[in-house]
Design a protein around this ligand. Structure first.
Ligand SMILES: [Zn+2]
Length: 180
């Protein structure tokens, strides 16, 4: 674009120079050159308008680029913040899991392997709760109230028999408040 304007301006200067120096003497040539000068002037104006428009667009694009760069920087900073928060929370969860695992060890110590396997399987299937207390005739895993006949059977069952809730299938643990 600049080169175009400069080329046209050079031509205009050369023509003017020739005319000013009186090198063009033929009236027809003079007239033709004057026409050409007018046309060159128009061409220069048009090219300068184009140049201005391009510069305006460039300015807009630069502003837009600056704004997007700033947004990107903000998003990057937020991402770092969130990743740090996530790592902190993960560390807390890991610590909690380790603590629970330490506490679980003595609790499961001495339990039969098949009972433990059943419990682990149920816990996985039942949203982390594999066993539920029987309290006031209800299974605390699913809130089902047991029928009198079920309660009667439970009352008769040996204390080491593994009971299961008929509704949710969890291991049912008898308590002093079972209501049997
Ligand atoms: Zn249940």
């Amino acid at each position: 674009m600049d080169a175009d304007v400069e080329q046209v301006k050079t031509r205009r200067a050369r023509d003017r120079d020739r005319m000013d120096k009186g090198l063009v003497t033929n009236p027809k040539d003079l007239e033709r050159m004057q026409h050409e000068l007018v046309s060159l002037e128009r061409r220069i104006n048009s090219l300068e308008d184009d140049e201005l428009e391009v510069m305006e667009r460039l300015e807009e694009a630069q502003k837009s680029l600056e704004s997007l760069t700033a947004q990107l920087a903000t998003a990057d900073a937020r991402l770092v913040e969130l990743a740090t928060e996530r790592d902190k929370k993960l560390a807390v969860i890991d610590e909690e899991a380790a603590r629970i695992s330490r506490e679980r060890a003595p609790a499961v110590d001495g339990l039969p392997a098949d009972l433990l396997a059943l419990y682990d399987r149920l816990r996985e299937q039942k949203g982390g709760v594999g066993a539920a207390a029987l309290r006031r005739r209800r299974c605390e895993g699913c809130s089902l109230e047991l029928t009198a006949s079920d309660l009667g059977q439970i009352a008769k069952a040996p204390s080491d028999e593994v009971l299961r809730c008929e509704e949710c299938n969890r291991i049912l643990v008898r308590t002093s408040e079972s209501g049997i």
